[in-house]
Design a protein around this ligand. Structure first.
Ligand code: HAM
Length: 421
């Protein structure tokens, strides 16, 4: 019996070379925009303590209650990180970054894991880029975060998006609002979905997030968070709106916007695309002024965002945005005979030192097969080498675009290729 073939897990994907050229391009845009905004990169482990994630994101959220990939080893409880904010908060506390003085501006990208039901735009392993500005309560920090996020989409030409904005207030605002929501839903509870009945007790704000049909009519008439903001929360929100206007960043107020993570306070936002199906959030974020303290640090206000990379590519594809194609090969060395192969092996470095992308054939194929291989890799030039060429220091340089051939010495050959760029 032939050995079994294996497949990736459901909702997890290989990224093959053809696809990765656009990932690399996007990553370089993210690094570039981060530099312009003076954010510094942080990389945290893929595995985090389960308790950190449960505490940070909230025990009752979907992510923690249903979607964690977790396991135990000895006394340690590990979870594959489902998001980046709690890990960055942990790192901030663990390394006493507050002692560095001033706010910390950190950004990251990488794989994240949630055991959700896979569909278009929703994987179990997905990738995010994100940023966290830790240490400032100022609404201007919210703007720095939102403008960082928007600039990445601008830089790749993805402008057909909408920014939804809301405030979830401070704890006092939320307490008042929860009360108002419970008063509103209580008389209708028996007609509402089971999930919402459960959320009524645990977190009535999440009822607003419900996609269940039977809940919609009651959600429509529900009170609005921003009517319950304390004067401080209202002032913060007003400033965020005013600064967004000043920076000409368009947004829409969305009083129903509640995010799926429990740590938010004050500003909450999402960037939406109507081109990518039902999973339409390209990214989201907001303020989380209590999280750092919650995970053992000093009381420290913070704000951040994260965006899904796969969803960005879905939106880019529907907007026909081209990312640079894979970089072509400059030189393919076609060899005849063993001496030529050895010569090629020891001279690859000379080409590469001249900044030429160069390869040879590593499976000892015929010359014809090597020419075909060169074609397949879109080589700009082939160099044909055999014993005669080596003895005479005269090589055939073939321009693959027009098949023109020249006889050149080794030095001339390098010059000809480098000057043809
Ligand atoms: P989030 O809204 O859970 O926020 O995720 C941010 C983005 O990650 C989503 O808008 C979506 O584009 C992408 N995403 C999430 N789950 C999946 C999935 N299963 N498949 C594909 N893409 C997905 C956060 O993660 C917060 N940490 C954002 C933040 C940073 N808040 C403050 N700072």
């Amino acid at each position: 019996m032939a050995p079994k073939k294996y497949q990736t897990h459901h909702g997890m994907h290989d990224l093959l070379p053809e696809e990765l050229s656009k990932w690399q391009k996007l990553e370089s845009v993210i690094h570039e925009v981060a530099k312009r905004h003076h954010f510094q990169e942080i990389r945290t482990p893929i595995l985090e303590p389960t308790e950190l994630i449960a505490r940070g994101i909230g025990q009752l959220t979907d992510i923690v209650s249903k979607e964690m990939f977790s396991f135990e080893r000895g006394d340690d409880h590990y979870v594959l990180r489902p998001e980046g904010t709690a890990p960055v908060a942990r790192a901030y506390v663990q390394h006493n970054l507050h002692q560095k003085g001033g706010s910390q501006k950190l950004y990251y990208m990488g794989p994240f894991f949630r055991a959700e039901r896979p569909q278009k735009g929703r994987q179990r392993q997905f990738h995010q880029f994100g940023a966290e500005l830790i240490g400032s309560p100022d609404p201007m920090a919210d703007i720095e975060i939102i403008s960082f996020m928007m600039e990445i989409y601008d830089a790749i030409g993805l402008t057909d998006t909408s920014l939804k904005l809301n405030s979830v207030g401070n704890p006092e605002s939320r307490k008042n609002y929860k009360q108002a929501l419970q008063d509103h839903f209580r008389p209708h509870l028996h007609n509402m979905s089971e999930v919402s009945q459960h959320r009524f007790e645990t977190n009535p704000m999440r009822i607003l997030d419900s996609k269940e049909k039977e809940d919609q009519e009651f959600i429509e008439g529900a009170p609005i968070m921003t009517d319950y903001l304390t004067p401080e929360s209202q002032a913060h929100f007003d400033k965020v709106r005013r600064y967004l206007d000043q920076l000409n960043i368009p947004y829409e107020l969305d009083s129903r916007l509640v995010r799926g993570l429990d740590y938010y306070t004050e500003t909450a936002f999402e960037l939406i695309s109507d081109q990518i199906g039902s999973q339409d959030a390209l990214g989201g974020g907001g303020r989380y002024d209590l999280l750092i303290e919650e995970v053992g640090g000093p009381a420290t206000p913070a704000v951040g965002f994260a965006c899904g990379i796969e969803r960005l590519f879905l939106a880019a594809e529907s907007a026909n945005i081209e990312f640079d194609a894979a970089s072509p090969l400059d030189v393919y060395i076609v060899t005849r005979g063993d001496n030529a192969r050895e010569w090629a092996l020891s001279n690859l470095e000379t080409f590469r030192q001249n900044n030429l992308r160069t390869t040879m054939n590593f499976d000892g194929k015929s010359m014809k097969a090597q020419m075909k291989d060169a074609d397949r890799h879109s080589a700009r030039f082939c160099i044909i080498v055999g014993d005669d060429e080596l003895n005479a220091d005269q090589f055939t340089l073939r321009n693959m675009a027009d098949s023109a051939e020249q006889q050149l010495t080794f030095d001339q050959l390098i010059k000809a290729i480098t000057s043809d760029r």
